[in-house]
Design a protein around this ligand. Structure first.
Ligand code: UDX
Length: 434
């Protein structure tokens, strides 16, 4: 079937390419002409492992194309996905739905054949009702339905997450619309990915509840890590010990510098706003947001402590800047608050990241970007491992130590074993371990 994907960013481009790989005919639409031109010439606007190959194969097979013209691209589309950005609104944390509603209005003016309009962007509860109102009040006499179909893609693993989902969530009121969505996801349905059909509002809330719960789980183990440092426990053993309980599960229990990215920070805030709007506060998530925000600067102070409490004039090398490995995304990365804390304390900061430096240089102009891991650590009074890229998992300790001014290693992702690091001559500190 023909599918139109409005928005060719992290969600729209991955989803569109995967739908094409299922055998559907997909047009990815974007207002950004340069982005569409780059996509047409095979240049990806985002770093996502495997995406360039997936796009190229489906463009070659004639199943995937790109356009800036929404009106012509949606002709005869059985489903039109809205996958545009819903960033946090400046200042108050509500999701900014400007782009979603603009697409809804444009669809209202241009749909000519029966279609299902699908909100794939993460949108607050009730947005589907508003999209439906916008289209209905435009006076169109074309049969349409508005459906919620949130994505659960992790950056750096998005294609795998799309093709092997734990579940597909469809929020649809009309049976015919559910039928269209079954066809859209037939390839996954056949390989037994469970499809949960529910109401539109439940589907919208499932997305926020999932991300808020995952953010809560991470924040919980981060606070257990702080307690471990005080009582002399090992947070990795604590995580393993509770994770073996299948009611808890072992995933998302890696203690670190706090969660970042384009989703958890934005979605937890948006959930708080929805709860506030409906006068049903989610106090647990309020605490998670507060704890996570303060944690990132606390990590900067942890590096200062490793320097003996005074960072003035000291050179600190950061290994990793992106909010997680296998992405170039710097949005709400813990490194941003860590750098600010170190600069405020008078330190000089050098950094290396395999993919994130182009984005980081815009956000962190005072940081010296190094050409490699070992160039970054040269002359450093301390090295902090901030993002657990594979490139940082087998450092040549002797070489690092010989290049550094002082052998201080702060491992914010517990990549290394404390005994081994200390045996190699480092003053080693990490998260939730002594
Ligand atoms: C997340 C959700 O996982 C995904 O389902 C949703 O669709 C989008 O948001 P993403 O933000 O890409 O995906 O990254 P994720 O792998 O979830 O990590 C988010 C943050 O949590 C990162 O900063 C990561 O470093 C941190 N994290 C994750 C931890 O600190 N500990 C963990 O155990 C897992």
């Amino acid at each position: 079937m023909k599918i139109a994907m409005v928005g060719s960013g992290y969600v729209g481009l991955v989803s569109g390419a995967c739908f094409a790989d299922f055998g559907h005919d997909v047009v990815c639409i974007d207002k950004d002409e340069s982005k569409i031109e780059r996509l047409r010439s095979g240049v990806m606007p985002i770093y996502e492992p495997g995406l360039a190959e997936l796009v190229a194969a489906n463009v070659k097979a004639g199943r995937l194309s790109f356009s800036t013209d929404l009106a012509s691209s949606i002709e005869d589309a059985a489903a039109i996905f809205i996958a545009v950005g819903t960033p946090s609104r400046r200042g108050d944390g509500h999701a900014d739905l400007t782009y979603v509603y603009a697409v809804a209005q444009e669809l209202a003016e241009n749909i000519r054949t029966p279609t299902v309009v699908v909100t794939k962007s993460t949108v607050p509860v009730g947005t589907g009702d508003e999209v439906e109102r916008i289209i209905r009040e435009s006076g169109t006499d074309v049969k349409f339905a508005v459906v919620s179909n949130p994505e659960f893609l992790r950056e750096g693993a998005a294609i795998g997450d799309f093709k092997r989902p734990d579940r597909i969530v469809i929020g649809a009121e009309e049976e015919w619309a559910r039928g269209v969505m079954r066809e859209v996801y037939r390839p996954l349905f056949l390989n037994r990915a469970p499809i949960l059909f529910t109401s539109r509002r439940s589907s919208e809330l499932i997305k926020y509840a999932a991300n808020a719960f995952l953010a809560t789980k991470i924040t919980f183990i981060n606070e257990m890590a702080d307690l471990c440092e005080k009582v002399g426990g090992d947070v990795q053993d604590v995580a393993r010990g509770i994770g073996l309980d299948n009611r808890i599960g072992s995933k998302f229990l890696h203690a670190g510098p706090g969660y970042g990215g384009s989703c958890f920070p934005k979605d937890t805030l948006a959930l708080l706003k929805t709860a506030e709007d409906y006068n049903s506060p989610v106090r647990l998530v309020e605490a998670v947001v507060k704890v996570n925000d303060s944690r990132k600067r606390a990590m900067g102070r942890k590096v200062i402590e490793a320097l003996g409490g005074d960072a003035r004039g000291k050179r600190v090398a950061l290994l990793g800047l992106t909010f997680k490995p296998n992405t170039d995304d710097m949005r709400d990365a813990p490194s941003i608050a860590i750098v600010q804390t170190l600069l405020d304390a008078g330190a000089e900061v050098v950094a290396y990241d395999p993919e994130g430096m182009d984005a980081a240089v815009e956000i962190l102009p005072e940081v010296t970007m190094a050409a490699s891991t070992y160039a970054a650590v040269a002359g450093a009074d301390a090295v902090a491992l901030v993002t657990e890229w594979d490139a940082f998992r087998a450092l040549d300790f002797a070489r690092v130590k010989s290049l550094m001014n002082a052998p201080v290693l702060v491992d914010l992702r517990n990549v290394y074993d404390p005994t081994e690091a200390r045996a190699a001559g480092f003053a080693y500190s990490s998260i939730g371990r002594v």
